[in-house]
Every structure is written in C-alpha cells, then in structure tokens.
Design a protein around this ligand. Sequence first.
Ligand SMILES: NC(=O)c1ccc[n+]([C@@H]2O[C@H](COP(=O)([O-])OP(=O)(O)OC[C@H]3O[C@@H](n4cnc5c(N)ncnc54)[C@H](O)[C@@H]3O)[C@@H](O)[C@H]2O)c1
Length: 331
Amino acid sequence: MVKRILITGGMGFIGKNLIKNLTNKNNNYQIIIIDNLSNSKISDIKNFSNFYIMKYPKRVIKKKKGIYFYKGDIENKKLLSIVLKNVDTLVHLAANTGVEISILNPTKDLKKNILATVQLLELSRKYKIKKFIFSSSNAVIGNYGKKIDENSPTKPVNQYGVSKLSAEFYINAYNKLYNIKTVILRFSNVYGPGSSNKNNIIPLFIKKLLKNDICFVHGDGLQTRDFVYIDDLCSAIIKCIKNNKISGKTFQIGSGKQTTILNLSKIIAKRISKINNFPAIIKHAKSRKGDVRVNYSNINRAKEILSWQPNTSLHTGINKTINYFTNEKKI
Ligand SMILES: NC(=O)c1ccc[n+]([C@@H]2O[C@H](COP(=O)([O-])OP(=O)(O)OC[C@H]3O[C@@H](n4cnc5c(N)ncnc54)[C@H](O)[C@@H]3O)[C@@H](O)[C@H]2O)c1
C-alpha cells in the first residue's frame, strides 16, 4: 500500500536528499512537500520523476505514488488542514535553521520553530497522524564539553537551541497526552551534496576556497564538531519512517566522531588546492564569543534501537561534496 509522507521544508538541503533517498529504491511512497522556498529553490528537485507542483487549495486525493509540492508556510493552517488528511508520517524539517538568524530575530525564531511546531502537533492530533518525526539539533545541549548522549543536560546557549528544545518538550507532551508516535532526531552537523543554500562551515569553506578566497578558522581551531554525511543522516530518518514500533524516543544522529575545525579545514584545503592548482589559504581569526569547544554525539542508542549506523568517512564525504560544488550541482 502507498504510504503518504508529508515533509515540511522538503525543498531544503536535508529534505531534497531525503526525497532522493526515499524514491530511489522503488518504495511505495506518496510524498507531499510544504515549503515556503525561503531558503531553497524548486530547480534541484523538479527533474525528479513524478514531481507535481500543486496549486493550493487543490488536494492530493488518491494515494498515488509521486512527489507533490505545495508552496506555502507551515504557519498556514488552512493549507496544512488540506494536506494533513490521510498522512501516515510527518517529517518536520521546516525551520529557522541558523544560530545567527535566531540571535538577530528571536521572535521570528520563536514563531517559526516553536509556535508553528505546536500548530503542526495540534493538527497532527486532529487528523490522527500516525507518526511525527522532528529534526532537532545538538544545539539543545549547549556547552557541555563532553560527548553528548540523549541524557546529557540540556542548557542551550542561543535562541535556536532554546526553540528546538521547547519544540522537543511539546512533542514529548503530545506523545504522552495523545499517544502520537513521536521521534526526535538530534542532528549533529550535516554536510554533503545539495548544500549550496547553506553557509555552515563545510559548504562555506568549499564555496570560498573554490573562488580562491581566504577562509578563517576562529581561535586555535581545536574546537571539535561531529560531521555526519547527508546520505547517512537520511538513512536514519528512513529507518524511523519504516519502524512502526518506536515512539516517544529521542536519538542522537551524528558520525559519533569528533573532528577539529583545523583538521577539517586542512582536508578541504588540500583537495581544493589540487583542483585549483593553487594553494588554498586558511588563516586564523579571533575566537567567537560563545563558540562551543567540544561537540560530538554518542550514537549508540540509534545503533541499538534503529539498527542504524553511518558508513561514510569524512574524506569520502568531503570529496563527494566538493564534486557536487565543482560539477553540475545535481544531488
Ligand atoms: N543542516 C544541519 O546541519 C542541521 C543540523 C541540525 C538540525 N537541523 C535541522 O534540520 C532541518 C532541516 O535543515 P536543512 O539543513 O535542510 O535546512 P534548509 O534551510 O536547507 O531547509 C529548510 C527548508 O525549510 C523551508 N522553510 C523554512 N521556514 C519555513 C516555513 N516557515 N514554512 C515552510 N517552509 C519553510 C526553507 O525554504 C527550506 O527549504 C531544520 O529544522 C534544521 O534546524 C539541520
């Protein structure tokens, strides 16, 4: 039987890769996307087979395979009420995704990341959605200084982390109160092909170094992050879509390994120097206030319960990402 999946923010970096991974194995999915295109374009995805642009308020009626895109905001209750009918699984990716923008405009962050999520939960309850999968972040933890697991204390140090943590609390409450099957996935730093709309460290360094611009590592560069390759992350989301037993669970999804920013920048610089036939230049800049020193995930729970594990080494993933930026930018 065709399974109907609604992906909010499905045109973004993670969303379009998830759709690619969901549809390339001849699975029986009808995928509905709601995205306001505030940080994405249709161009990357419109060549996928069976892709339809829907004119709201037209409804997807039959459970037919295909990808159905509605341009709209997750705050649009009328639109959500139309598309949520008969949805089996909701993957909630749409959000204000950056720390900087959350600091610049905290009330917008609150509206998009907390209020809109609560509205989605309310409608999910009303329309009896079977499963609600939420994209959270290691930002809910803050400056812990050690490897993070699902029981690490949550002390976010910026508005983005606060909004993701608040959403997590609401989701857990809806799971307890209404028995909606919920899954919270705390992503570490996701990277890979399809990230041209992103400006976090890997796409930013690749874009700049390919243009022979100088890149700056803040402080000594020994601060660590956990970089998870996009296809590995998507396979974790798909495990959650397919698993009908898990409910009310939170999982850390990362590579499980820490990499210093200095080491990461050297890997990227070495590869791009070869491509450009010109030395890529990385310099040090002042350290940033509030920069988290150690950030990486313990992924044992996801390994045990979801039978999931990441397979892509950082070198392989970086090469694939650079190829994406140097070739046709096709995911
Ligand atoms: N990329 C990462 O490293 C990372 C890490 C941790 C958590 N996350 C979370 O994963 C999710 C997806 O991230 P991404 O990297 O794909 O981001 P992205 O910005 O590439 O994608 C987000 C998509 O949501 C859309 N969108 C934003 N606000 C919307 C709204 N109000 N209504 C409808 N559409 C809206 C944007 O147009 C975009 O297409 C986000 O919730 C993000 O917070 C990402």
